[in-house]
Ligand binder design. Structure first.
Ligand SMILES: Nc1ncnc2c1ncn2[C@@H]1O[C@H](COP(=O)(O)OP(=O)(O)OP(=O)(O)O)[C@@H](O)[C@H]1O
Ligand SMILES: [Mg+2]
Length: 371
């Protein structure tokens, strides 16, 4: 997909903004705190109607205004389409794709393939399992939107189970009901485990090659399910049984703590370079190359499996990379639309035209050769 135009009204620090983008490389430059990331955030919205920076949508509305709007005209699946989102300061959203209200995020995920790369992605290597899980879950959802609805159902059930465990701990609920929840959780968990395992195999195939070209080292992603016993099981009903039995066997422990301790919400994905854990032993540069490689692999899988080229959003990434890695990154994108933010106007190699935009104090203007 690629975005043709962006229109903002009362969005973040933009009162009004209208832009046309080029189909290849688009560079947004300007000083700190001028509104570059805010623009990328607006472009990202079409992929899931949710910001990657805040969980309260009301933050998106220009301070002092009641509601804000984003309109993105884009080309995807062989035709022109339009995404619109209005949000009020309480965070209530109205979302439309081609003038039809969007009920499920999976409709957006199916249509808009967007890959964001920001310095915060490095935390995926350094921190605990949450961000690695999020990366894997996001990547799978773009390839298989039904995965997201299974995951949402699982998380909802797990939350309800937590409430139930608290009530049981306080002696306010009958513990016999717990097994019904565990049974339902095991159904979703078995499905999710199978998809995660398959995805890890697929991304490894692509990622190993890409990572080797970047750094001449071997990189692997290893799936580390929280319920280890479920790792090698292929068959769905057997998997469901193993997970259910595990949850039941640990029910007393969970009830004592009033907290759900086991399940796919605690899975991890270990990143290894030359067979050692990157988190513990990786240098900064190795960590950076690993994340870069994973993002490129994500990009390649999307194209392989959906036939659609993802839109690439690079927020402040270039300054973090050395010359070789920058060049590698840009040459990897081929025909895709890439949107780059940076503080200084720099020359970027591209397979097509490069468009430059200057961002200052909540305004954005394309800088033409003649300016
Ligand atoms: N809802 C809002 N209303 C008004 N201003 C906002 C709102 N949300 C964020 N801002 C302001 O927008 C400004 C620009 O933010 P943005 O993150 O886009 O900067 P940037 O150009 O990417 O800067 P940097 O180079 O430091 O990353 C910030 O000063 C921030 O305070
Ligand atoms: Mg920024």
């Amino acid at each position: 997909m690629y975005i043709r135009s962006v229109k903002l009204r009362s969005f973040r620090n933009y009162a009004e903004c209208e832009l046309e983008l080029g189909p290849h490389t688009n560079v947004f430059y300007g000083g700190n705190a001028q509104g570059k990331t805010n623009l990328l955030e607006a472009m990202y919205l079409c992929s899931r109607a949710k910001s990657y920076r805040t969980s309260s949508a009301g933050d998106l509305v220009l301070h002092g205004e009641d509601y804000g709007e984003v309109e993105l005209r884009f080309f995807a699946a062989g035709r022109d389409q339009v995404f619109r989102m209005a949000v009020d300061k309480k965070g209530k959203k109205k979302i439309f794709l081609n003038d039809v209200p969007v009920g499920k995020v999976s409709r957006l995920l199916e249509t808009c393939k967007v890959i964001l790369f920001s310095p915060d992605d490095l935390l995926m290597v350094k921190k605990g399992p949450d961000l690695r899980r999020k990366f894997i879950d996001n990547s799978i959802s773009q390839l298989k939107p039904s995965y997201l609805s299974d995951l949402v159902s699982y998380c909802r059930l797990a939350e309800q189970k937590n409430k139930l465990l608290k009530l049981i701990k306080e002696g306010r609920y009958d513990e016999a009901t717990l097994s019904a929840w565990n049974y339902k959780l095991a159904e979703y968990a078995a499905k999710i485990t199978a998809v995660r395992r398959q995805f890890v195999d697929e991304i490894n195939q692509v990622n190993e090659r890409i990572h080797f070209s970047i750094s001449r080292q071997k990189m692997s992603v290893l799936y580390r399910p929280n319920i280890r016993e479920s790792m090698q099981i292929e068959e769905y009903s057997r998997q469901k049984q193993v997970i259910f039995d595990y949850l039941q066997a640990h029910a007393q422990q969970e009830m004592k703590l009033g907290l759900s301790l086991y399940g796919i919400h605690r899975d991890d994905f270990e990143l290894q370079i030359n067979d050692t854990d990157l988190r513990q032993f990786g240098s900064q540069g190795q960590q950076r190359s690993a994340v870069l490689s994973l993002k490129l692999a994500q990009c390649e899988l999307i194209e392989q499996k959906t036939g659609e080229r993802a839109l690439i959003l690079l927020d402040d990434i270039m300054s973090e990379l050395d010359q070789d890695r920058r060049a590698f990154l840009l040459s990897s994108f081929g025909e895709q639309q890439v949107v780059i933010t940076c503080t200084d106007r720099e020359v970027y190699p591209s397979n097509g035209d490069v468009h430059y935009y200057h961002v200052a104090g909540g305004t954005c203007r394309e800088i033409l050769e003649t300016d």
